[in-house]
Design a protein around this ligand. Structure first.
Ligand code: FAD
Length: 317
């Protein structure tokens, strides 16, 4: 079922969902299942599976130069299929512009369609570590907006190099990213919202936000988005702080602010066990307030570990 249908069916009740990261290459999928199992009691209607890119450095034989070749970490679509089958839940692969040509994207989407996957999250991806700015792959999309267009074309039965008329159309529901604290490359929140509107105008059906720790940023973002004419569901993405290093790491990686009261509560902790508890309590408060404020879904970034999300969900759902 589509995310938008799940939200409609819930009739105002806030739903629970979460995002997982595929295991590192060569790791057993069981660890992932062990993390998903305890969260299933909260009946997530859908689970997101991220896509990561990683670099391998190939050194040519005579050692005269290094040749860098970028490859994706495998598993996203396979894991979506495995989880969908095992738990009978909708799964959402994150589809990236970066690292994919348009043809590879089409292949991936056709696979998703055959696997009965009805939702995809369309994202640009970040610049690789050796790049100053994001660079599309050979023949790939530059912005998520262009990826949304390709998906919507497929929904209309328009393939890239079609030679025969398609008689089996996909019907993907498309999610896109939104940034309550603006995307790092955007000159202002206003211009970022205009870009978000473009994604919605070409067919994005819902938005999932970057993590935030101050709910007023989400509520303000929703208000501004509505003023800008964005009328699709805006799902807050949230994450509990779990280790003291998150205070530096999360703002650095995700370009978000951590509120002063949360920083000082973490700084008072004697060890990471205490930090974890502070993170859980903060996230419970955030979740309850978002729920009261009418958030359609609370979407948790599990980052591979679920026990704190389980504690939060127990207190909230
Ligand atoms: P876009 O919407 O393309 O926007 C990127 C930037 O370009 C923005 O600053 C925007 O304002 C600007 N822009 C857009 N269109 C134009 C235009 N026409 N001209 C000029 N500027 C423009 N990354 C991963 O690698 N894997 C994941 O699985 C993943 N999942 C994510 C899930 C969520 C919910 C979120 C919020 C992010 C996720 N990301 C993931 C990170 C995401 O890929 C990065 O934040 C990336 O830098 C931007 O992606 P986007 O889809 O928002 O890009």
């Amino acid at each position: 079922m589509k995310v938008t249908e799940h939200i409609k069916k819930a009739n105002g009740k806030t739903l629970f969902s979460f995002e997982i990261i595929p295991p590192t290459k060569g790791k057993n999928i069981q660890e992932l299942y062990d993390n998903i199992d305890p969260l299933m009691e909260f009946e997530p209607p859908f689970i997101d599976v991220t896509t990561s890119r990683e670099e391998y450095v190939y050194i040519d034989r005579d050692g005269l130069f290094d040749r860098k070749i970028t490859r994706m970490r495998p598993g996203t679509v396979g894991i979506c299929a495995a989880i969908k089958h095992k738990y009978n839940v909708d799964t959402i692969p994150h589809v990236l512009c970066g690292g994919f040509s348009k043809e590879e994207t089409e292949y991936l989407l056709v696979d998703c369609h055959y696997l009965g996957i009805e939702n995809v999250m369309a994202l640009r991806g970040d610049a690789m570590s050796h790049q100053k700015f994001f660079e599309p792959s050979n023949g790939g999309h530059h912005y998520a907006c262009d990826l949304v267009k390709q998906i919507q074309n497929l929904n209309k039965g328009k393939y890239l190099h079609d030679v025969i008329e398609a008689d089996d159309k996909a019907d993907f529901c498309v999610g896109v990213a939104g940034y309550p604290e603006k995307h790092v490359e955007a000159p202002s929140l206003n211009s970022d919202l205009k870009r978000l509107k473009e994604k919605v105008d070409v067919g994005a059906d819902y938005v999932v936000t970057q993590m935030f720790f101050d709910n007023s940023k989400y509520f303000e973002f929703v208000k501004e988005a509505r003023n800008a004419g964005i009328d699709v569901p805006i799902i807050p993405g949230i994450k509990p702080i779990a280790i003291s290093r998150h205070l530096q790491m999360l703002p650095q990686v995700f370009k978000i602010d951590i509120p002063e009261p949360l920083i000082s509560a973490v700084e008072k902790c004697k060890n990471n066990k205490e930090v974890r508890q502070v993170g859980i309590e903060w996230c419970i408060q955030q979740s309850k307030e978002l729920m009261e404020g009418g958030a359609p879904v609370l979407h948790y970034y599990s980052m591979g570990k679920s026990s704190n999300i389980e504690q939060i969900a127990k207190a909230v759902f």
